[in-house]
Design a protein around this ligand. Structure first.
Ligand SMILES: C[S@@+](CC[C@H](N)C(=O)[O-])C[C@H]1O[C@@H](n2cnc3c(N)ncnc32)[C@H](O)[C@@H]1O
Ligand code: SF4
Length: 288
């Protein structure tokens, strides 16, 4: 690794307070505070080991907290982990600190912690806003709940807001995903990721509660993806990036795409130019 290489840091928190039926995530249900704290201690120990192995204060230009649900960790632990990162790595002034958020479980003290951590980009899981679809995927999430979370993210000073949507879920139709995409527009996100549902019950046993027959076929999935695309691009003015990402023209991702500077990331694309990604926690991490 070159001495002055910029670093992108990924932290994985593999816990949720429930499993969504569609979830293909690297996570499990854990509801014990002692487990969260034990994991946070190990995460810090791993960060310290890696920082020591580098043998200098690496230059960090981006941090991504993924999961699972990272904000399930106690507020004081989130703050402490971020503080250790800042102590052990030299953060660039404009470093992006991004975190994935489940609006249905975000507590007020975690919001305060996100401010203290200096989070700059929040990614909210939305998936679908139709109550019947939500019942079918085991995730009840009122539009108002998501809207409150989006407003709180802005109030915290997050300069960038991302939403995740999914098509290809049970009971979805072109009409229902069109309605969801239009509601998503009202949330004013800078970026929207639109994932095709990956049904892999042989790997994720809990997905077996969803029968194959209840899922839209390939052409219906394609039409749903096209319907969301139409709403985001034609009605919302978003720029389509690759297969599944959309960004406002003013967003760094759209600008990087226009300048052919966008690079593949672990869940889509990244605008950082770090040649090295360091992964921490119980998930696949790798060094290039
Ligand atoms: C690791 S999850 C974290 C999100 C956060 N815990 C939440 O629930 O809002 C990131 C995103 O992966 C997507 N995702 C999860 N399971 C998926 C699947 N089986 N197929 C496609 N996308 C999936 C969802 O859009 C989700 O918001
Ligand atoms: S979508 Fe979020 S809350 Fe649902 S199982 Fe995946 S990580 Fe957990």
């Amino acid at each position: 690794m070159p001495q002055d290489a910029a670093l992108s840091l990924y932290l994985h928190v593999p816990f949720c307070d429930r499993l969504c039926f569609y979830g293909g995530c690297n996570t499990s249900v854990v509801r014990r505070d002692s487990s969260y704290r034990a994991y946070a201690r190990r995460l810090i120990a791993e960060i310290e080991r890696v920082a020591a192995a580098i043998g200098r204060r690496g230059r960090a230009c981006a941090v991504h907290w993924g999961g699972g649900t990272p904000t399930i960790l106690p507020a004081d632990q989130l703050i402490e982990i971020m503080a250790r990162l800042r102590a052990l790595f030299a953060f660039e002034r404009n470093a992006e600190i991004a975190i994935e958020i489940d609006p249905t479980s975000l507590k007020a003290d975690r919001l305060a912690a996100l401010r203290e951590m200096g989070v700059t980009r929040m990614s909210l899981g939305v998936q679908d806003l139709d109550p019947a679809v939500q019942a079918a995927i085991g995730r009840r999430q009122a539009y108002e709940e998501t809207q409150a979370c989006a407003r709180a993210a802005r109030a915290l000073g997050a300069h960038s807001l991302n939403l995740d949507l999914i098509y290809g879920l049970p009971l979805q139709s072109v009409d229902s995903v069109t309605r969801t995409a239009r509601q998503a527009l009202q949330l004013g996100a800078d970026r929207v990721a639109v994932f095709g549902y990956a049904h892999v019950p042989w790997m994720k046993k809990h997905q077996a509660v969803t029968s194959e027959e209840s899922l839209p076929g390939a052409s219906a999935r394609f039409e749903q993806a096209r319907a969301i695309h139409r709403v985001l691009v034609q009605e919302g003015g978003y720029v389509a990036i690759g297969l599944d990402h959309y960004a406002r023209p003013s967003d760094a991702m759209a600008k990087a795409a226009a300048a052919a500077k966008l690079r593949p990331g672990f869940q889509g694309y990244t605008t950082d130019d770090a040649p090295v990604l360091l992964g921490f926690g119980a998930a696949r991490g790798y060094m290039i």
